[in-house]
Design a protein around this ligand. Structure first.
Ligand code: ATP
Ligand code: MG
Ligand code: MG
Ligand code: MG
Length: 476
């Protein structure tokens, strides 16, 4: 079954259960300063869950464009390394706004996945997790659905647990949240990885496909949970992961939607098509993220969303360089993406020229310094060094436009540690210099332009300060 058919089948299923089919919203959340990007299907319904907004339906279903490349939900570093993570992906969802709750959510999910008229997946390949204390969800899986006890794993909210699993879903630091139940597909023994909640759960064997969140609370800035006006349901299933299951492959990059882009990446970098070259998968993933971001109105810049776009684009370009492609190539893959996804997302077709042009400009800009920057990296690491010093990381950033996560990406490939503290010190010195310079300008009454570079410089750096925090795991 092709990805487009799977998407349609999902929407048809929930339409048959009286859900309103709602179009995907933009990657830029409307009216929500707490979120940089749309990270899940529920984002466009946030105010409905909170009771601030009323719609003329209480059940909805969507296929939502999502981006997880910053903030609490960030999969940028996973891309190319796992078979199942993207920066941009589509999330299939069904939502109940104070209508049905746990019982219907779980039985709908099971009917869609295993019902003969729908996906007809083999039941013995599926297992689920429930929130540790959620006996109600456990009983629905066990007694109503009939799932054997050994296929139901209880998982808490990951406070101090050595594994990453977490069955309490939160949109961000604040906002709607609640306990959840997740459905996993077992790829079988030949794929490495353990079941959810085990120390090696990060492998690709047990792939999480669907999260059903029982939205019950709003978390405020202090972390306090306030009950929502009505218990609700928010679910999310990765379309690419579902294609992996239904197309009987082991990686999202082997499905129809992604394989054509891996192929295009190979063509444009002049290497042979292969699923075992991480750089090709990085490029395939990043062309989707960059194109959809530009289609939604984001342009590369030194700040905010535009800086995330720049980081993703430069990361892709560097992976092309790594494969030996030193000319412009990235923007040439846009046409392949438009051919694959332009029917489902007409904005891609409408904005094709802008997307190509923007990415081409970014390639030209970065090409000017990529080669010299890479030579600096090689020189800095010559002689078997095991760490990259902070001054070099800063120079790469400041002079050659290597965002800090791009340098980290290069170092990770070579098993080299990055001196983030040293980088931060160099950045702080730069900030003090900028502050001193702008103070001097004002004090000296030199014609001072309020929109001067001193401001831009500072805000660009504050973005990197966030990235550093991410790397050090100190981001709240
Ligand atoms: P994972 O544990 O695999 O990182 P998650 O628990 O972070 O996934 P949720 O926030 O529960 O993901 O999102 C709901 C669903 O969206 C997941 O079950 C998965 O199918 C899909 N999904 C999440 N992140 C990604 C991603 N980076 N790329 C592709 N699909 C994703
Ligand atoms: Mg995740
Ligand atoms: Mg998970
Ligand atoms: Mg999850």
């Amino acid at each position: 079954m092709k990805t487009a058919e799977i998407r349609q089948k999902f929407l048809d299923f929930f339409a048959s259960k009286n859900h309103q089919v709602v179009a995907s919203s933009s990657l830029i959340p409307g009216n929500d300063p707490t979120l940089m990007f749309t990270v899940a299907g529920m984002v466009q319904f946030k105010d409905v869950f909170l009771g601030f907004e009323k719609r003329d339906y209480t059940r909805a279903t969507t296929s939502q464009k999502c981006l997880r490349a910053g903030g609490k939900h960030n999969d940028l570093e996973n891309v190319g390394y796992t078979a199942r993570h993207h920066t941009f992906f589509e999330m299939l969802g069904n939502f109940s706004f104070g209508d049905y709750f746990k019982q219907d959510a779980i039985t709908y999910a099971w009917e869609f996945l295993t019902g003969e008229a729908w996906l007809n997946l083999p039941k013995d390949k599926l297992m689920v997790t429930v929130y540790a204390s959620d006996d109600e969800a456990y009983d629905i899986w066990h007694k109503t659905v009939g799932l054997p006890a050994e296929k139901i794993i209880r998982i808490g909210d990951n406070k101090g647990a050595p594994y990453a699993s977490d069955n309490f879903w939160t949109m961000g630091d604040t906002g709607p949240c609640g306990p959840c139940t997740e459905i996993f597909y077992d790829h079988g023994e030949e794929v490495a990885g353990g079941p959810p909640g085990s120390p090696d759960e990060d492998g690709d064997r047990f792939m999480e496909i669907w999260n059903n969140v029982f939205m019950q609370f709003n978390r405020d800035e202090t972390g306090t949970l306030h009950p929502l006006p009505k218990p609700s349901v928010d679910t999310g299933m990765g379309l690419e992961r579902l294609s992996t299951v239904l197309q009987h492959v082991k990686s999202n990059y082997e499905t129809d939607a992604l394989a054509c882009l891996v192929r295009a990446a190979a063509r444009e970098t002049g290497v042979e098509y292969s699923q075992s070259v991480p750089s090709l998968k990085v490029i395939a993933d990043h062309i989707r993220a960059c194109s959809f971001m530009i289609a939604d109105g984001i342009l590369p810049s030194s700040d905010g969303r535009g800086y995330v776009l720049r980081r993703i684009a430069r990361r892709a370009i560097r992976h092309g360089y790594k494969l030996g492609q030193k000319g412009l190539f990235f923007h040439k893959i846009v046409a392949d993406l438009v051919a694959e996804m332009g029917d489902a997302y007409p904005e891609l077709r409408q904005k094709q020229a802008v997307i190509e042009d923007t990415l081409r400009q970014e390639e030209i800009k970065f090409a000017e310094t990529l080669e010299t920057g890479m030579a600096l990296v090689d020189a800095a690491l010559a002689g078997g060094k095991t760490a990259m010093d902070g001054d070099t990381v800063f120079k790469l950033y400041d002079t050659f436009g290597f965002p800090v996560d791009l340098t980290a990406d290069i170092c990770r490939e070579r098993n080299i540690a990055v001196d983030m503290d040293g980088f931060e010190r160099a950045m702080e010195e730069q900030r003090s210099r900028a502050r001193a310079a702008s103070a001097f300008k004002v004090a000296g009454n030199v014609s001072y332009d309020g929109a001067d570079t001193s401001f831009h410089g500072y805000s660009a750096h504050s973005v990197d300060a966030k990235v550093i925090a991410l790397y050090k795991g100190t981001e709240p």
